[in-house]
Design a protein around this ligand. Structure first.
Ligand code: SAM
Length: 373
């Protein structure tokens, strides 16, 4: 199906970002920038990038839907999972990374309030000013009496805390390096321009990428294209340094390494979302579309263990939700709104069926400084 066309206003916005990217390419001695730099600009360039320029990204009016936007049942299971830790550590802090519209934060806080285990602080780290404003509106409208507990951070907290760090679909929104096997070796994919048109080229791997690429079980197949998150270790290290006692809970789509770098996955996992259409051209409409890559959960596990977490493991979203009261949450919501039975059943279907979100999405947890009793 053809992609919908952007409005004149949207096109003008995208052209501004396009011109900014062209300037960087033209200023570079190689006349190209890494795909990582391109993706970082396309998503996060101040005032222009997809996540920061004020566009509605998430939900029916946006480009994609996430589990907390789809159903409160998802966030209720996350809230239940955290319950026993919060009961044991009543002065805990919760830090949510990339909180989207604020819907998950609202459901978590109201669930914990109903169970008398509210954390002392709920921090949100959100790079997007638009989403920050949306989160404030969501939380101040639905939970005005709890808004004083919520603090928006500009960067990770300076000092460590006891608590929980949670993020849904944050890792997949991080810029990645694109790699391609050509002429008998892996190369770095870069973005260049010709006659002001963006295109992809390959260049020899720069030295900082060589050790990272050497660790991956990559197949040597001409044309094989894949991704690597070069920030992963540093990011998980920073999160590990923050938690004196507690756990990290990250939900995202992705695979074990053997599946991620399977010879059959020859075009990688890069996907672009534009008004609920999925396609594979990241150079189209910079600033107007989301660009994502799946998560390598083995690399994430290894990074967590190196960062001082003593356990790190992951399971499928379906398994996690069912283990954390999905059926009871369904019954509770049904009792509160009996007319919603069809809608709730549909939500469960999408959250748990293998062909929907149930198996492609995984829930990763890493613990530090305490033993689960
Ligand atoms: C795909 S959206 C998911 C939003 C929300 N968690 C949800 O599930 O609806 C990705 C979010 O991650 C944020 N993000 C990207 N990089 C981040 C980082 N390094 N730290 C915190 N948030 C980040 C984006 O601004 C955006 O809010």
């Amino acid at each position: 199906m053809p992609l919908p066309l952007p409005s004149q206003e949207e096109l003008a916005h995208s052209q501004l970002l396009h011109a900014h990217i062209l300037q960087h390419i033209q200023a570079s001695p190689s006349h190209s920038i890494s795909f990582y730099d391109y993706m970082n600009k396309a998503l996060y360039e101040p005032y222009l990038g997809y996540y920061v320029a004020g566009k509605t990204c998430i939900g029916t009016e946006g480009d994609f839907i996430t589990a907390p936007e789809l159903s409160d049942l998802f966030s209720m299971s996350i809230a239940q999972h955290c319950l026993s830790f919060l009961q044991n550590e009543p002065h805990s802090t919760v830090l949510e990374l990339g909180a989207g519209s604020g819907k998950m934060a609202a459901t978590l806080l109201s669930y914990w309030e109903a169970h008398h285990v509210l954390p002392a602080h709920y921090y949100i780290l959100e790079p997007s000013p638009t989403l920050k404003a949306q989160q404030f509106t969501t939380l101040s409208t639905t939970l005005p009496h709890l808004i004083a507990r919520v603090t928006w951070l500009e960067h990770l907290p300076e000092s460590g805390f006891t608590g929980i760090i949670v993020g849904n679909e944050v890792l997949d929104a991080m810029p990645i390096e694109l790699l391609r096997y050509e002429h008998g070796q892996y190369q770095q994919v870069q973005v260049t321009e010709q006659n002001q048109q963006l295109s992809l080229i390959t260049q020899p791997l720069p030295s900082y990428l060589q050790p990272l690429v050497a660790q991956l079980p990559l197949p040597n197949i001409e044309g094989y294209t894949t991704e690597l998150n070069p920030q992963l270790n540093a990011w998980v290290n920073a999160l590990g340094a923050l938690l004196t006692q507690g756990f990290l809970l990250l939900i995202d789509y992705g695979y074990a390494q053997s599946d991620y770098y399977h010879p059959d996955r020859s075009s990688g996992t890069l996907q672009c979302f534009y008004r609920h259409h999925v396609h594979d051209n990241p150079l189209l409409y910079p600033g107007l579309q989301d660009i994502t890559a799946s998560v390598d959960f083995d690399a994430l596990t290894e990074a967590a263990l190196k960062a001082g977490f003593h356990t790190a493991d992951w399971t499928t979203q379906a398994h996690f939700l069912l283990q954390n009261g999905l059926a009871e949450h369904f019954q509770q919501c049904l009792n509160e709104s009996p007319t919603q039975s069809y809608a709730l059943a549909q939500q469960i279907r999408i959250l748990t069926l293998p062909a929907e979100m149930g198996e492609r999405f995984k829930v990763f947890r890493a613990d530090k400084g305490f033993e689960v009793k």
